[in-house]
Design a binder for this molecule. Sequence first.
Ligand code: F6R
Ligand code: MN
Length: 194
Amino acid sequence: MSASPLLDIRPEDLAVAFDPATAHLGDRPTVRRHLADLRESFADRAACDVVLANENPLLYEVTAVEPAGGDGQLHYGLGILYPGRVGDEYYLTKGHYHSHRPAAEVYVGLRGEGGMLLEDEATGESRFVPLRRNTIVYVPGHTAHRTVNTGSEPLAYLGIYPANAGHDYGAIAERNFRKIVVEREGKPTVVDRR
Ligand code: F6R
Ligand code: MN
């Protein structure tokens, strides 16, 4: 990054139109995660395999805008998490820590109904906070975060994070979140992973 960040950034990264009905941002590549990519994420592996025997549904899509980096710059991603469940557990994202652990993130809910599981790395303490249209979630540094769709329509959101955050999926792949969000008597309920 030179002394003129404004001039270093591609004009098409300065203003980006988005439609909360799709996760697409111009012609930027969209990452698509299907159930087979999340087999290790759900608590009920058997229920997962029953679905996978017949189909491999699309769970979520994310498109990121990552302008030229440098100290103090920001990146952001538009996510769409579709509604559904595996057994009684709602569709979710893989979840991650930021590789640069102090990096925080702000999520802005655009559409749909759901929440975020936040888990503190040092203590394992967690919170499940609402994420829906017109709700902003603050994800502190050192906190694993996963999005959960508890509604019946797509959950769309924007995540804005420091350019140097990076994504660490390994720690979650090893240990997973301590809590899961399941439907109990028609309502989203947070319970311990057994
Ligand atoms: C970026 C961020 C989000 C997620 C998106 C998909 O730091 O938190 O843009 O990347 O919700 O979730 P993951 O990355 O966990 O598959
Ligand atoms: Mn993040």
